[in-house]
Design a protein around this ligand. Structure first.
Ligand code: DC
Length: 442
């Protein structure tokens, strides 16, 4: 179990993240943190000292002179500035209107990020904001991005304002929300975006209670320890280092595009397959960034030494003759827990070295695992050791790591069987793209 959990809930204005983060904190008994309050606190400090909030150096010198104390009260983080406890001060009109200018100042952001990270000393936190999963706590496995259509968000904000006695018109609320979205999305430092590995929840038409339950369920799923297919990370690392050394010496292994590998969050690595050398090459090429669970046919596990080896490097056994529900479930659980799973969409090794069509199961796994896909093209492995080559040849192998296929791209392909087929095709297209790019320059 993760003792100090950071539950990061990001999203645009009026997506419900604040209410949900508060409810999640209450359910899990952790501290609720409103990160926007800290930007508002800096704005208040600046205004209090007569600084122009449009002038970064005035804001920064006001910030330097201010004294902050952060504490927890009634399950929520709070702070005082210059001895004044910030509550209503943060919601006043002057602060509300100036905070967006203050929040874009990089030094202010660095100050707030430091303060937010330091909150871990209070134990587990449920924290809402714009850049929590992407910048403040990028390593937490509990990342959420709540969204809703602009119309729905404007409706909610308008209802809130009316309830608190304000008289703004619905259209004015919509316009101001659009302006805020624009500012949040376009600012240079830490813009609003879906963090890598974040779980996206469309809250349109859902109650706060429903969204809160979705978040809690997901936190529970991520914490369920998975023993199947886990292997021994140290053994995996030693094995991949050995493969790397071996392939570099024997086949001048080269890796292109390592920067494309996401370092955290569920990930599916999908590679072409033409040789027994492909799994070692993929493991060696990605070993510095990720420990990966390969999927391999279960018949390989039948010989005891091989079976022992595969289990200890965390390989998931797959019965290729039927839709293997157990293997799929294991892979999905691992992906949802933030692990990396590698597979070969074509199923078996290519007979002629050409790319083949994807197997149907791949799209299902990708859709259900809700993870981005990293396409890899292994070049030269067919020539080095194919079904017909009669043993290992010392010919060069290059692994080209392609552009990540994001979860949004996958979601855009829709749902159901038709979408699964399209996902498989898209992955093979992207592997082919890497192949073409490589062949152009070599
Ligand atoms: O969520 P809020 O309205 O209290 O946010 C106040 C301002 O701070 C708003 O301009 C967005 C910005 N903000 C940010 O840039 N990053 C965060 N993590 C939280 C808020």
């Amino acid at each position: 179990m993760n003792k100090k959990r950071v539950i990061a809930i990001d999203g645009p204005a009026a997506s419900g993240k604040s209410t949900v983060a508060r409810a999640v904190a209450k359910e899990l008994g952790c501290t609720f943190v409103d990160s926007g309050a800290f930007y508002r606190g800096v704005t208040w400090a600046a205004l209090q000292r007569g600084a122009s909030t449009k002038n970064p150096s005035e804001v920064l010198s006001a910030l330097k002179g201010s004294k902050w104390r952060v504490f927890v009260r009634d399950g929520a983080s709070m702070f005082s500035v210059d001895g004044v406890e910030m509550v209503d001060e943060l919601r006043c009109k002057e602060v509300r209107e100036a905070v967006a200018d203050v929040a874009v100042i990089p030094e202010v952001r660095a100050f707030v990020v430091r303060k937010l990270r330091a909150l871990r000393r209070f134990g587990s936190i449920s924290i809402e904001g714009r850049d929590i999963g992407s910048v403040v706590f990028p390593r937490t496995p509990f990342k959420f991005y709540l969204d809703a259509s602009p119309e729905e968000r404007a409706r909610r904000r308008h209802a809130e304002l009316v309830a608190s006695g304000e008289t703004e018109k619905a259209q004015e609320v919509m316009d101001s929300l659009k302006r805020r979205d624009e500012k949040d999305l376009s600012r240079k430092t830490a813009p609003l975006k879906v963090a890598e590995g974040a779980y996206v929840v469309d809250t349109s038409g859902q109650s706060i209670e429903e969204v809160t339950q979705t978040v809690l369920r997901r936190v529970g799923d991520l914490e369920t320890p998975t023993t199947e297919g886990v292997g021994i990370p140290l053994f995996y690392r030693i094995t991949c280092n050995f493969f790397s050394l071996f392939l570099t010496t024997s086949n001048q292994l080269k890796v292109i595009g390592s920067g494309n590998i996401p370092k955290s969050g569920g990930l599916i690595i999908a590679s072409n397959h033409a040789s027994y050398l492909d799994p070692p090459a993929v493991g060696a090429a990605t070993r510095l960034q990720r420990t990966t669970h390969f999927m391999a046919r279960d018949t390989l596990f039948e010989k005891w030494l091989m079976g022992w080896f595969l289990r200890n490097v965390g390989v998931i056994a797959l019965d290729r003759n039927k839709g293997d529900v157990r293997a799929m479930r294991t892979a999905i659980k691992l992906l949802k827990g933030g692990a990396s799973v590698a597979l070969f969409p074509e199923g078996t090794r290519s007979e002629d070295g050409e790319l083949q069509r994807p197997k149907p199961g791949i799209g299902f796994l990708v859709a259900k695992g809700q993870a981005p896909v990293l396409p890899l093209y292994v070049h030269g492995s067919y020539e080095a050791w194919s079904k017909s080559s009669g043993g290992l040849k010392h010919l060069p192998i290059t692994v080209i790591i392609g552009r990540l296929i994001t979860r949004e791209e996958i979601q855009r392909l829709g749902k159901g069987r038709e979408a699964y087929a399209k996902i498989g095709e898209l992955i093979m297209e992207r592997i082919a793209e890497s192949k073409a790019d490589f062949e152009k320059v070599s």
